[in-house]
Design a protein around this ligand. Structure first.
Ligand code: NAP
Ligand code: MG
Length: 477
């Protein structure tokens, strides 16, 4: 702990500020990290730059084998990782096992396979040779809500592509990132291929972003910081991939099973206490059935058991921080003050921990902040539509376009809705996440630029070179 992982070594700069890491369920300090400075950032980038030629020269199969070895480490030590992530983020342990251990393991394996399957070099119809090359040194900056997954969703494709990487995890959840760096060392990854620098976004993060030492920045987080990073990258003309927020709709048509649609949407919305960028936070049902939907959603919300995220009976943990809890409570209070009908949404009456009761909100204007803005907490807004066109209009009435869910018994309607809604992913009738996790993930509109996972995720870390003419020796006559 309180070390940085640079050039294959743990370094512990003595004179940097330490930042405490809290358990959001107990408010206890569970560790501390270094607030890394510009010299640490420079050392990390230098290590990544030095490691780049050797790493990119490895045959792709060897790079893929390292990812598989890291996946094996996730399998073997997944329980530790899940518990550590739960301690940092407060996610119920069963959810952590899936999202922080099993999912990253699958992402590592499927990305290794995508790299083996990629056409790294081919001749096109003009006879030109098209070659894929790694972009270079990557800066990866990640948020706290699915911390392990978000790190791996950058590390895996970067390494598979032949890039080296400097990672900056969220200040709230750095311990799992340190654990990940340990696993990278344990599998014998060459020094400098993966480097980890901890610290605050406003200090360490900003220093890293302003550096001229990276060739691509991959960011997951909020719209505001994403816009800033995109501007900095734009000035330098380096590529930025941005995975930003969402306000995803779940559209239910009159021929769908309303109870199943509402209950599943509540469940998907309240995963990780609603701190999920692709959470379906706007439930859009036929107006004539909105009252019935409200009753079903309120009953589903009332059935959540808040408490210790390590307890098997707990279905909702705390929010990640006090700041996050206050933000969520103020959104709910604001909607109530503007005349909305709210079920739940109060602070849970525990002595400790940043708990908020899940909330269902209806009778609210389409322009209301709780309908338009990303809350990032257990808050589901219920709206009524007047038929398919109106449902699509409402679904698209958002600055975001990350994900959408549609519920209908009519396959033709499902296609029209999937085509009409502007979102990077559309899920039909509650389909679960695919395994392997290779479906492209990313946003339309303000939800971002670029895609993660599978072959599309890999592409983000590759340059394309066209070689015109022949590599054959010129024949003499
Ligand atoms: P955030 O404040 O944007 O932070 C994301 C990361 O950027 C953190 O590591 C943060 O460090 C760092 N950062 C902050 N300011 C920075 C700066 N000036 N320069 C460089 N880095 C900086 O977001 P968050 O509050 O951690 O996470 C919640 C947000 O992320 C939500 O809006 C959510 O929708 C979005 N999100 C999107 C996706 C997706 O895939 N589309 C996934 C998850 C989350 P600190 O932690 O130290 O502030
Ligand atoms: Mg932040």
């Amino acid at each position: 702990m309180d070390s940085l992982f640079i050039d294959g070594e743990w370094v512990t700069p003595a004179d940097r500020e330490r930042i405490p890491v809290l358990n959001p369920a107990t408010e206890e300090v569970i560790g501390s990290i270094v607030d890394a400075d510009a010299s640490d950032a420079a050392a990390a980038f230098a290590a990544a730059r030095k490691a780049l030629p050797g790493w990119r020269a490895l045959p792709v199969g060897e790079r893929a084998a390292y990812l598989d070895a890291l996946a094996d480490a996730f399998r073997d030590r997944g329980e530790e990782l899940a518990r550590l992530a739960t301690a940092e983020i407060g996610m119920p342990l069963a959810e952590s096992r899936g999202v922080q251990a099993a999912l990253p393991e699958q992402v590592l394996r499927s990305t290794a396979q995508a790299a083996r399957d990629l056409a790294w070099e081919y001749q096109d119809a003009s006879g030109s040779t098209v070659i894929r090359e790694p972009v270079g040194v990557v800066l990866g900056i990640t948020p706290w809500n699915f911390p392990v997954h978000q790190l791996v969703a950058k590390l895996a494709p970067a390494l598979a592509a032949g890039c080296t990487i400097v990672l900056k995890p969220a200040e709230l959840t750095p311990l799992n990132a340190l654990f990940l760096a340990d696993l990278c060392a344990a599998i014998g990854l060459p020094p400098g291929v993966v480097n980890l620098v901890t610290g605050r976004g406003s200090t360490t993060g900003e220093t890293l972003v302003q550096s001229e030492a990276y060739d691509l920045v991959s960011f997951t987080g909020s719209l505001g910081i994403g816009r800033h990073i995109g501007e900095v990258a734009g000035r330098r003309i380096v590529r930025a991939t941005l995975e930003l927020g969402g306000k995803s709709p779940a559209v239910v048509m009159s021929d769908a099973d309303l109870a199943a649609a509402v209950q599943t949407t509540v469940k998907n919305c309240f995963t990780n206490a609603g701190q999920k960028c692709n959470a379906p936070t706007r439930l859009i049902v036929p107006e004539a059935r909105r009252e019935e939907a409200m009753q079903i959603a309120a009953a589903a919300a009332a059935s959540y058991r808040l408490g210790d995220p390590l307890d098997d009976d707990t279905t909702m943990g705390p929010l990640a921080s006090e700041v996050q809890r206050e933000k969520v409570l103020s959104y709910v209070a604001g909607a109530r003050a503007r005349g909305a009908r709210v079920h739940g949404g109060g602070a849970a009456g525990f002595d400790r921990g940043y708990f908020v009761e899940p909330a269902i909100i209806t009778d609210v204007a389409e322009s209301d902040p709780v309908v338009q803005e990303e809350i990032f907490g257990p808050v589901l807004v219920l709206l009524g539509h007047h038929g398919e066109d109106d449902a699509i209009r409402l679904a698209n009435d958002s600055p975001y376009g990350l994900s959408a869910e549609v519920w209908t018994a009519d396959p033709a309607a499902a296609r029209r809705l999937a085509e009409g809604i502007q979102a990077g992913q559309v899920r039909i009738n509650g389909v679960r996440s695919p395994n392997p996790p290779i479906a492209p993930f990313g946003g339309y509109k303000a939800s971002g630029l670029g895609r993660e996972l599978g072959s599309f995720g890999l592409e983000e870390y590759l340059e394309v070179k066209a070689v015109l003419g022949s590599f054959e020796p010129v024949e003499e006559d």
